[in-house]
Design a protein around this ligand. Structure first.
Ligand code: NAD
Length: 486
């Protein structure tokens, strides 16, 4: 079996600096279609010299260009033009994203690209409401507090939702007057390369630049660059440690949106059907590759057998297959190495004394693509590797609990702290549980509801700093206090 390509991508992709192709200089990196395993394009890596050019271009655009000092009204016009550009190119961008990620095309069109466009509108609306402060506490003096752009922003994005996640950073950085150098994941450069090229039509020269290549080469050169004024990173926790060290050496602010191992706590007092729908969505959407996946499903013991049985039956009905088929619910994993890593947790779970409920194997019947059957295991304890490590695939881990205290203790017994989910129709249970959960976000009786104005980010090793309306304003601006005699 072989699946049709969503689009014929360009044979070669690379960086874009001041609107023209970068000098590259690094190795060739193959780009694969995860649904077939076939190479579909080649990425030219940007070396240190290309990164220097990109940072210099962004610096020039910041120091001499109109962007940082543009009126808010004009900047809003440009942000709205970015939004319109995405909306006019949804199909092409979604197909390019599908080609490198294997994410389901229907989802990419309806959710990722629409969200990417909305990110620009959101920050356009946000800056239209922004206000400074003034004080006259001391007689004879007026003190004002204004916000100014920070400078050159290094934006580093992962492969699991490249355009949706990167546009949150691009829109926020631009809205507050910064210039940017974007570094996508080397696995998934296609849609972001096209998007950055399209946005050159509406942005002044040098305001948005693109470098491509491995994290250890292009990414490392960018985050260590002395010309970078801030770093916004989304990716794995270990990478976050290394980038934060680089930010520390240059004393530049950074935000870290990192991994998760979120607890999905389901009480007997929950609406069981809604909780089941939510649990399935929480672990299988986005091909299971989501930082906010509810990957540890904690069930009150009285519902454990019934719930896991219903989950198994539904998981076996989940349609795995062609990302271009509207009926597909789970596509391939993003890469061969990632698929093998996800499957390694099946053996780890068995070795730790867990029980495989369903799935656990590659779907060879779907050809050479990186497809696995939706997987669920009952862990022997929360110390099992499948309960502690971020698997980042369609792989649910179940654990029972007897009391709300025990549920909270298990939920918090992890290095991560991105999201927690609580399902119960008993208000006192909800109110007694949610304040004790050590995570940046708690969703109650709802699978995933991101409110862009609210801060989003993690406790513990899930992150440092937050994204969202006011959180982005604080991160992407410097505050300036000016005092003058009146
Ligand atoms: P990753 O850390 O391997 O890579 C992320 C990006 O960092 C890529 O562009 C990569 O090339 C770059 N990079 C790698 N090493 C670097 C270095 N030393 N210096 C600079 N850049 C470097 O992560 P990934 O595998 O692409 O993404 C999956 C991870 O992202 C998961 O852990 C997931 O939980 C996390 N994630 C978090 C959020 C969130 O909002 N908290 C959202 C999505 C994904």
């Amino acid at each position: 079996m072989s699946f049709e390509l969503p689009i014929q991508p360009p044979a070669r992709v690379g960086g874009l600096i001041n609107g023209t192709a970068s000098s590259g200089g690094g190795i060739d990196i193959p780009v694969f279609y995860p649904a077939t395993g076939a190479q579909i394009s080649t990425l030219t890596e940007d070396d240190g010299a290309a990164v220097d050019h990109a940072v210099a271009a962004a610096r020039r655009a910041f120091d001499t260009g109109p962007w940082p000092t543009l009126s808010v009204a004009k900047r809003i016009e440009v942000l709205e033009a970015c939004r319109a550009t995405i909306l006019a190119n949804v199909d092409e961008l979604a197909r390019l994203e599908c080609a490198a990620t294997g994410l389901v095309l229907r989802e990419l069109r309806a959710r990722h690209m629409v969200r990417a466009a909305y990110n620009f509108r959101f920050f356009a609306e946000y800056i239209s409401q922004s206000a400074g402060q003034s004080y006259t506490q001391t007689e004879g003096y007026l003190t004002t507090v204004t916000r100014e752009p920070v400078g050159v922003a290094a934006l580093i994005a992962p492969w699991n939702a490249p355009v949706a996640l990167a546009t949150m950073k691009i829109a926020a950085a631009l809205a507050f007057g910064n210039t940017c150098v974007l570094k996508p994941s080397e696995q998934t450069p296609l849609a972001l390369a096209r998007l950055v090229a399209l946005l050159q039509e509406v942005l002044p020269e040098g305001v948005l630049n693109l470098v491509n290549g491995r994290g250890s080469v292009t990414g490392a050169a960018l985050v260590a660059h002395p010309g970078v004024d801030l770093i916004s990173f989304t990716g794995g926790t270990e990478t976050g440690r290394s980038i934060m060290s680089a930010a520390g050496r240059n004393l530049v602010p950074c935000t870290m949106e990192l991994g998760g191992k979120s607890a999905n706590i389901i009480f007997a007092s929950a609406d069981q059907e809604r909780a089941l729908d939510g649990a399935l969505q929480g672990i299988f959407s986005n091909n299971g590759q989501q930082c906010l996946a509810g990957s540890r499903i904690l069930l009150e013991r009285s519902i454990f057998d019934d719930f896991t049985e219903k989950f198994r039956a539904r998981a076996e009905q989940v349609r795995v297959g062609d990302p271009l088929d509207d009926a597909t619910e789970v596509g391939p994993l993003a890469s061969l190495a990632h698929m093998n890593r996800v499957l390694s947790f099946v053996d780890a779970a068995r070795g730790d004394g867990g029980r495989l409920l369903t799935g656990g194997a590659r779907r060879h019947d779907l050809g050479e693509g990186y497809f696995i059957a939706p997987t669920a295991v009952c862990a022997s304890s929360n110390a099992d590797r499948c309960a502690q490590d971020e698997i980042f695939g369609p792989f649910a881990t179940f654990l029972p609990f007897d009391t709300a205290d025990e549920a909270v203790a298990i939920a918090n017994d992890t290095a991560f702290g991105l999201v927690s989910y609580v399902w119960s129709d008993d208000l006192p249970t909800v109110m007694a549980t949610t304040p004790r959960l050590r995570s940046g976000v708690v969703w109650v009786n709802t699978p995933m509801m991101r409110e862009l104005r609210a801060p989003f980010g993690g406790y513990k090793t899930s992150g440092v700093g937050r994204e969202g309306g006011a959180a982005c304003e604080a991160f992407y601006t410097e505050e300036k206090t000016t005092t003058l005699p009146t």
